[in-house]
Design a protein around this ligand. Structure first.
Ligand SMILES: Nc1ncnc2c1ncn2[C@@H]1O[C@H](COP(=O)(O)OP(=O)(O)O)[C@@H](O)[C@H]1O
Ligand SMILES: [Mg+2]
Length: 305
């Protein structure tokens, strides 16, 4: 559906995107995971045709995306990182303006506005000025404003920043339902929990480059360790901790040992070793590695830096 081919975007001497290539198929919930300044918003603005890259080509449904051609823009919706609403106008009036910008009119537009307000639980606030809304309510309105013209592709740029947990869950549920109904979403975030929960594929982006791309399982398989196993650091487990050092990384974390097995070391071998030392399985807690660990592994930085 969407193809980016070796895209480079510069702002003066700063290279915001550095040879980015990716392809997105219809129906994907695609995540762009990276810290502030990674290039996520720049990528969105190029796909939306708001800016032009210095090099490379973007095609949407086989048609080249250019700032001058409105045809590709009509098949996508953009939820920008900064809320873009008229705050002195009501929820309803905002949707009316967005709808009219896309050429919608009359009873069809009214029906779509009703449906949109219902979908994000704002029907009872439809006549209130947007400036009286919480951050989460504004986000929800901004989201449906981008969907009134029923685009096939939705670009969501960090739509949960400054949002209360209740609105965040409402946004997640809403997007998941839309993707089940066939919408394609590109979702940028610096929260690994969001990418983990929502996205069918994730690109890890930093300093304008894609460092890894795949499903969550594919990405985590790139780590040189598997599930982390932790157990209490006691005299009884000292021998186990000492022997594990040969099979991976063992870290003392307060009263706990954390063991990151080398990829060749099987979990079954771990339990066999524990059993041979008469240590019961209930001592051990297994934890899956996270995207945060992968980001650190790939870039040497944390997502919050
Ligand atoms: N309009 C702009 N002019 C100059 N530099 C910009 C502009 N927009 C973004 N940048 C820079 O480009 C890099 C990528 O920014 P951005 O795409 O906003 O990243 P993200 O959305 O991942 O935080 C950053 O270093 C940022 O400071
Ligand atoms: Mg951004």
């Amino acid at each position: 559906m969407l193809k980016l081919d070796r895209i480079t975007k510069r702002y003066g001497t700063l290279t915001a995107l550095d040879g980015v290539s990716l392809e997105i198929a219809p129906g994907e919930f695609f995540g762009l995971l990276g810290p502030n300044g990674a290039g996520k918003s720049t990528l969105m603005s190029l796909v939306a045709g708001l800016r032009a890259p210095e090099a490379g080509r973007i095609t949407l449904d086989g048609r080249r995306v250019t700032a001058a051609d409105p045809a590709t823009r009509i098949s996508l919706g953009l939820v920008p990182q900064a809320i873009a609403l008229y705050e002195d106008l009501s929820a309803e009036q905002n949707l009316q303006i967005f709808g009219e910008l896309y050429g919608l009119r009359g009873p069809d537009l009214r029906a779509r506005i009703d449906e949109a307000l219902e979908a994000v639980q704002l029907a009872d606030r439809r006549r209130d000025q947007v400036k009286t809304f919480s951050g989460g309510m504004q986000r929800r309105l901004n989201l449906v404003a981008a969907l009134l013209h029923r685009p096939r592709l939705l670009l969501c740029d960090e739509p949960t920043v400054g949002v209360d947990p209740q609105s965040r869950n409402a946004i997640f549920d809403f997007l998941e339902a839309r993707v089940r109904a066939g919408l394609t979403v590109i979702y940028s975030t610096h929260y690994m929990e969001e990418a983990t929960r929502l996205c069918s594929r994730i690109a890890i982006i930093d300093h304008g480059r894609i460092h890894a791309l795949g499903t969550l399982d594919e990405l985590l398989a790139r780590l040189p360790f598997r599930d982390e196993i932790s157990f209490p650091a006691t005299p009884a487990t000292a021998e186990l901790a000492a022997r594990l050092a040969a099979h991976g990384q063992i870290i003392r974390d307060g009263g706990t040992h954390r063991f990151r097995p080398a990829t060749a070391f099987r979990t079954s071998a771990f339990y066999a070793l524990a059993e041979s030392l008469a240590l019961p399985p209930r001592l051990f807690v297994t934890e899956r590695p996270t995207l945060e660990a992968l980001f650190l592994h790939l870039t040497g930085r944390t997502l919050r830096e």
